[in-house]
Design a protein. Sequence first.
Length: 284
Amino acid sequence: MSTNAAVPTAGAGDFSSAVDDAVSPSAAAGVDDEGHFKTTATAALPLHWHPSAQTVSLQGEVDATYAFVPMLVCCLGTGLTDATLFNVYGSFVSMQTGNTVFIALGTLGGGTYTWARSLCSLLFFVFGSFFFARFHLLLGGARLKRTLVSSFLLQTLCVVVASAIIQSGAVDGHYPTSIASDTVNWGELVAIALLSFQAAGQIVNSRGLGLGEVPTVVITSLLCDLVSDPKVFARIAENPKRNRRALGFLLTLAGAICGGWLSKGTSSVQASLWLVAGIKLAIS
């Protein structure tokens, strides 16, 4: 007598269901009432989660309410840079009025080449203004977040390279300087060119943001606008432009004082420049 034991068989549908259950995250961890997978290793994520939706977008415009803050910080950086560079190389990289006077005085001769450094600074400031204005247009406009981030990163890179050139010893960065006034080192011109080029980016940023009251690289027009304002004595809350102009002047002055003391305390140029690079990177 033979006994045929019934052997249970699984259909194709049952097999697929078993596989689905084995690999489905909901089988092991379950799905909550809102359609989120629950796992033991990660927090619940939406079924249609996209990383781009969870990250800060650089496509939008900056908040105009606080756009003046980085521009005021740039005033501090301008004071640091110009005071430090003038102490050692006898020229400015931001304030081109002084450089224009030095270039004019160079026509008197006398064996000094300060005019050459000033001319280099002036030319690269003009080139930087031309470049950054078109660079901002290429990126879609001066008020976009991506434009400001890219602009300040490029400015940071210029300051870092200039600082590294001086730090390496390719250029004499000691204070008090031992550089003879009748000689010009090409390395000095490279550092000055980079710093002047990036300084132009600041004023292009301020113009693009509609913050002409904080030009960041010039004091003369800022002081004129400050004291000629009909509401110069208005209450603080009533005249924000007046407040920004005053802060811009004070921060530039404070930066110049700090730059002078840093040069004296460290007997070098690069200390102030590395600080400026850090400031620009933080703004980025």
